[in-house]
Design a protein around this ligand. Structure first.
Ligand SMILES: [Zn+2]
Length: 336
């Protein structure tokens, strides 16, 4: 078993089980490429599942729980939230020297857009901010019992008086100075103390990359899922948007070239996809080129190469299995 607080990197042993029959040790290692710390090791239920079928309280260990802790600094794209459901994604990460500062040199940790408040009606966060600021100034704990305030005796007045007593503006707003220019901001800015927590949606778990990669065996389209190195679906709505913008070349690139583009031989005469065969080049053929041949028409002279999405061929095969024939009407391009 590992020591608590021990740092484990990829490939480091986590725990070891000794096989009592063969006497061989079996080591399990840390799989993730991200280093972790051992947070907790719990020896669980030495007697098996509540003593039943186990080897008694003094028997050998049956189960052990190892908790890992990953240290992750906040990066752009991580999600944070206050206790009022005011959640958001960090979009900028500034050095403290570029942040605005107050008269007594305080620098905010988080800045956010006030337009997030009217529609979400999270007044509680503003009140928490005022209460937190007043409490921090006076060194007191605030009473957060519900239904203590009324229309006549509002929370804003209660904490406003405390803030005034601490030398602040009634609503807790103060003059800030630009961290980049050092000049005073024209507007007074509301700054206070709010409890924030990090939500477990982090970019390092979510980002997707793909250039070439695994494809589905049936459709030959890129697979889905981040773990498998799949693509991000370009769905119907995205397709509609492309059509609306008239970007047909880009649409073709997404749906064909970057997906399941496939060249196949189709017979122009009967229009069938599946009847055409590609025979290996004849040994006597000097050009050594593969010859297409239509089984249905018993000739190869009408066969042409067409570029199609591979799923189309798959659809055609599935329909053929249900006794439905699909034929293409192929015409030559008119030369002008
Ligand atoms: Zn044919």
């Amino acid at each position: 078993l590992p020591f608590i607080g021990q740092k484990v990197k990829q490939g480091d042993p986590l725990y070891c089980v000794v096989d009592t029959v063969t006497g061989k040790p079996n080591i399990t290692r840390h799989k993730s490429s991200e280093p972790a710390y051992i947070d907790e090791v719990r020896v669980m239920d030495p007697g098996g599942i509540s003593g039943i079928g186990g080897s008694g309280p003094s028997g050998p260990l049956q189960r052990v729980s190892i908790k890992l802790r990953y240290n992750r600094n906040p990066v752009i794209g991580d999600k944070f939230s206050s206790r009022h459901g005011q959640k958001g994604v960090m979009s900028q990460l500034w050095p403290a020297c570029d942040m605005p500062f107050s008269e007594n040199g305080m620098v905010p940790d988080i800045m956010f857009n006030p337009h997030g408040f009217p529609s979400r009606m999270t007044i509680g966060m503003l009140i928490e901010s005022m209460a937190g600021k007043a409490g921090a100034q006076h060194g007191i704990f605030q009473d957060a019992t519900p239904f203590q305030f009324s229309e006549k005796n509002t929370a804003i007045d209660h904490f406003g008086h405390q803030l005034v007593k601490a030398g602040y503006h009634y609503y807790g707003s103060e003059t800030l100075y630009s961290g980049m220019l050092g000049v005073e901001f024209e507007a007074r800015i509301f700054m206070g103390v709010v409890y924030y927590q990090r939500l477990r949606h982090m970019v390092s778990d979510k980002f997707q990359v793909r250039s070439m990669g695994p494809v589905n065996a049936y459709t030959r389209q890129p697979v889905k899922g981040r773990k498998m190195g799949g693509g991000i679906r370009f769905g119907e709505m995205e397709r509609d948007a492309m059509i609306a913008h008239g970007t047909s070349y880009l649409l073709h690139d997404r749906l064909m070239n970057s997906s399941d583009s496939h060249k196949m031989v189709v017979c122009k005469k009967c229009g069938q996809l599946l009847s055409s065969l590609v025979a290996p080049p004849r040994r006597s053929d000097a050009t050594r080129s593969a010859r297409a041949f239509c089984v249905y028409c018993q000739s190869g002279e009408h066969c042409v190469v067409v570029k199609l999405p591979f799923v189309f061929r798959y659809l055609s095969s599935e329909l053929a299995a249900m006794n439905i024939r699909m034929s293409l009407g192929i015409e030559d391009l008119l030369e002008d």
